[in-house]
Design a protein around this ligand. Structure first.
Ligand code: HEM
Length: 452
């Protein structure tokens, strides 16, 4: 029987006299719980007492922040500071000219054609995952998030640095994972000006694991420079051959390593979470699941999906898009105003933090009908979704460079899985959406997978 998807209880009361303590406790527990419920019925909320900040849900204002006046709204320093430790001044972190030349160099690498050429790696990893899940007995509950993290990690590490024995997937995974776990929670605390004495997990982080990974990646890049590209070029080969079309500058080993690690950090957990949430949503809505399974089975007929199948499974893609609406991995983005500005008639002052609560934008009643329900059909007519009301990948010049890569990968994995298994929920094991650095299902996504 169909059920309503789980949601985060947004805040309905003001912080009050004991506000600071409750605020901090909530921030450490779940950043999304700090979003007021009113963010789902208003276009913009502002605080002008104690500490000034704005929360923006209006598409026109979002367009101004992310596109039309983007120069005035850089990523908040505090939000990228923690990322800097692991990935330096890479595309994700840098701004100004230093960002621009990296983006220009990377853009052709993420072109449709190159992403399509990487698809065989996605297909192979998916086939291995199907085998793993098929070995689990039909009635045995398991947490589908684990194989989803494994499959997306295998894909991203194979497309960035393939055929390199010196780089153990496990080692890289462990180091980056511990980094992500320890550094979560902090950015919003900093952005909202929490006092300096509040412990920030990032300060406790020992960088040893990470430095090791950086060294190993550097050596692997140098080796590739020496021996030349793989027969099937991976991202390292493409970057080594790539240059800024304007200045002709190429990346140094350190710049290249920072960007490769960026793709691994930005590109595997996000897709894994979306896949796990998508399977959760299908498991509680058998009608949607059957419709998607029928589409996928008709196309695949027992095979693992390849790139040409992606366009033939539009309903599977709608499920992915609807999942990204309900559980956007980057549920909050943070910017900071460089100069005074006006957003939908409201005064924004130099230095004000702007919180873009993507989670609340995607559930805003002014923009979405029946926003808390799972209805993949709403994405069937893409034109009916107003721009800047749906921002799982951000927008404007800083839009996710890996969006097409991620969508292709997720349709290949989800389409194949739905064609081979029927997923049922496990009673008493509902996942809880909790945001640290990304919006994760706390407790995992428990399902039973019955072979079709
Ligand atoms: C479901 C999967 C994904 C989601 C939801 C997602 C989401 C996002 C969002 C929201 C941003 C913008 C952040 C901001 O404006 O503050 C972003 C940027 C970025 N993403 Fe993704 N991402 C995904 C997958 C990937 C993949 C697979 C890669 C790489 C292979 C990737 C690489 C990047 C990079 C490099 C940036 C920074 C771009 C720039 O600032 O120029 N992402 N992503």
């Amino acid at each position: 029987m169909k059920r309503e998807p789980i949601k985060v209880p947004l805040r309905t009361k003001p912080w009050g006299v004991t506000g600071v303590i409750r605020f901090l406790r909530t921030a450490r527990r779940n950043l999304v719980e700090m979003i007021p419920e009113t963010a789902t019925i208003h276009p913009m909320l502002s605080s002008e007492t104690m500490r000034r900040w704005h929360m923006v849900m209006d598409p026109q204002a979002l367009k101004r922040i992310l596109k039309d006046n983007v120069e005035n709204y850089p990523k908040a320093e505090v939000a990228v500071n923690i990322m800097r430790t692991a990935i330096g001044e890479s595309i994700f972190v840098a701004h100004g000219q230093y960002w621009l030349w990296q983006r220009r160099t990377a853009a052709p690498i993420f072109s449709y054609r190159n992403v399509a050429n990487l698809a065989p790696i996605m297909t192979e990893a998916t086939a291995r995952t199907v085998e793993k899940i098929a070995r689990i007995p039909d009635d045995e509950p398991f947490n589908i998030l684990d194989p989803m993290i494994e499959v997306t990690f295998e894909i991203i590490s194979d497309v960035t640095l393939s055929n390199d024995d010196s780089l153990s997937r496990e080692q890289m995974h462990r180091a980056l994972d511990s980094f992500i776990k320890r550094t979560g929670r902090v950015s919003l605390l900093d952005a909202l000006g929490a006092p300096f004495w509040i412990p920030r997990p990032s300060r406790l982080f020992s960088a040893r694991d990470l430095t090791n990974v950086q060294k190993i990646v550097d050596r692997a890049i140098e080796k590739r420079r020496a021996i030349g590209p793989n027969p099937n070029p991976d991202l390292t080969d493409l970057f080594l051959a790539g240059e800024d079309p304007v200045t002709k500058r190429r990346m140094t080993t350190e710049e290249l390593r920072n960007n490769l690690l960026t793709f691994v950090v930005a590109g595997h957990e996000t897709s894994a979470l979306t896949l796990a949430w998508a399977i959760y949503l299908c498991s509680i809505d058998p009608e949607v699941q059957e419709k998607a399974a029928e589409e996928a089975r008709a196309v695949l007929n027992g095979r693992t999906a390849v790139v040409d199948d992606v366009a033939k499974m539009p309903y599977v893609r709608c499920i992915i898009e609807e999942t990204l609406r309900l559980y956007p991995p980057f549920a909050l983005l943070i910017r900071s105003a460089k100069e005074d500005d006006t957003l939908i008639g409201r005064e924004v002052r130099k230095g004000d933090p702007l919180i873009l609560p993507i989670y609340a934008l995607h559930r805003n009643r002014l923009l979405w009908e029946d926003p808390d329900s799972f209805k993949p059909e709403r994405f069937q007519d893409r034109k009916s979704i107003a721009r800047f009301s749906y921002l799982p990948f951000g927008d404007g010049p800083r839009i996710c460079i890996g969006a097409e890569f991620a969508l292709q990968e997720m349709v290949i994995v989800l389409g194949t899985l739905l064609s081979r298994f029927r997923f049922d929920p496990v009673e008493g094991k509902e996942p809880k959406p909790v945001m640290l650095l990304t919006l994760r299902p706390q407790g995992g996504v428990w399902v039973r997978a019955r072979k079709r």
